[in-house]
Design a protein around this ligand. Structure first.
Ligand code: FMN
Length: 346
């Protein structure tokens, strides 16, 4: 099967999968604060990830490109990103590196959003030359390298050999001049993997946790004999944030099952610097229209301001100092994993 046909199947099954997964965010609760001392109009949602300044903590995460049919989706996503002031990542660009006729399906994002923050995207099989080509293709502000071993293993035509992954990421890190983001695609991160990446100089991780779009489910739909046990595999997004937070010096993008403002606020509150949304925005674009997708993001920004105000936090740094409580399951995970819960007011 060609990469283009695979991309279209991913979109189809991802849309089918959107309402199936719930995630762990209900296991994180902010402690209500009666004394706020801040005004809604003073809330500042700006953030910095890997030295890159963003006007909003929301990122439209990597999805499409690589099939002519996806040019239209990427165009709409780019308009939504431009109009709402959020950063946007394109889907894996290897297809266009192999076949230059597909470049336009990615370049449309930069064309529609010339001044915006746009991330390039490749898999961990990429070499420095691929990385430089992907960055140049869309004049990217950062590069995402996705690590997706479970997806590849379940994918009928996927990779089975992951040797040299760390070395390739290190070579890319050394070859490029913009921030490098290493991201998962929905199975989450551990502190061990984060430490391995830190050792090779990576400073920015998108945890891509379990709880949203499920690529084991998607690839199992494409298999004759499903590997069912992978459907429940992975570390949830809140757990992944707490895992990566245990490794100092890494900025965290939280993604995987973020669908509303409260989930986004919780992700930021427990340690993320920004939040990625993929499947939910795709659903808005494909099943509704750009206007609905824009309204959805405007509403998240507005509601974040309300949540920050309720908690008495004027920005993300202050939000991260507000106390929260974890339910027994996550707390048990943290104890067994030796994760220290730093929460300044506790
Ligand atoms: C249709 C589709 C295609 C995707 N393609 C890519 C990709 O090419 N590269 C990548 O890093 N992640 C890809 N992802 C994963 C997302 O960036 C994100 O990590 C994942 O969907 C979890 O976020 P969500 O629960 O908000 O969807 C894709 C997601 C979807 C829904």
């Amino acid at each position: 099967m060609s990469r283009s046909s695979r991309k279209l199947e991913h979109i189809r099954y991802a849309l089918e999968n959107q309402s199936m997964n719930i995630g762990d965010f209900d296991q994180v609760q902010f402690v209500h604060q009666s004394i706020s001392q801040v005004s809604l109009e003073d809330i500042n949602l700006e953030t910095v990830i890997g030295g890159l300044k963003l006007g909003s903590p929301i990122i439209i995460n990597a999805m499409t490109g690589g099939a002519m049919e996806t040019t239209k989706i990427n165009q709409k996503l780019a308009v939504v990103a431009r109009e709402t002031g959020v950063a946007i990542a394109v889907g894996s660009q290897m297809a266009a590196i192999k076949d230059s006729t597909l470049r336009r399906s990615y370049q449309i994002v930069r064309q529609e959003n010339p001044k915006g923050v746009v991330f390039a995207n490749l898999g961990s099989e990429a070499l420095p030359s691929h990385a430089l080509a992907a960055i140049e293709m869309i004049d990217a502000n950062a590069l995402q390298i996705h690590v997706n071993t479970i997806q590849e293993l379940v994918m009928p035509e996927g990779d089975r050999n992951f040797k040299g992954m760390l070395e390739r990421i290190q070579e890319i890190k050394e070859a490029i001049e913009i921030p490098l983001i290493v991201k998962e695609v929905g199975f989450g991160f551990s502190k061990e993997s984060a430490a391995q990446l830190k050792d090779i100089g990576v400073k920015l991780i998108d945890v891509g946790g379990k709880g949203g779009t499920n690529f084991a489910y998607i690839e199992n739909r494409r298999r004759e004999k499903p590997l069912e046990f992978f459907n429940q595999w992975g570390n949830s997004t809140p757990i992944s944030i707490l895992e990566v937070k245990a490794v100092s010096g890494i900025d965290i993008i939280a993604s995987g099952g973020i669908r509303d403002s409260l989930q986004a606020a919780k992700a930021l509150g427990i340690g993320a610097n920004a939040v990625g949304i993929a499947g939910k925005i795709l659903e808005k674009i494909v099943h509704q229209n750009e206007k609905e997708a824009m309204d959805y993001l405007v509403e998240i920004h507005e509601e974040l301001r309300y949540i920050f105000t309720a908690l008495g936090a004027v920005n993300i740094l202050e939000l991260q100092k507000k106390p929260y409580v974890l339910s027994a399951d996550i707390l048990n995970w943290c104890h067994q994993r030796g994760l220290i819960l730093k929460n300044s007011l506790q």
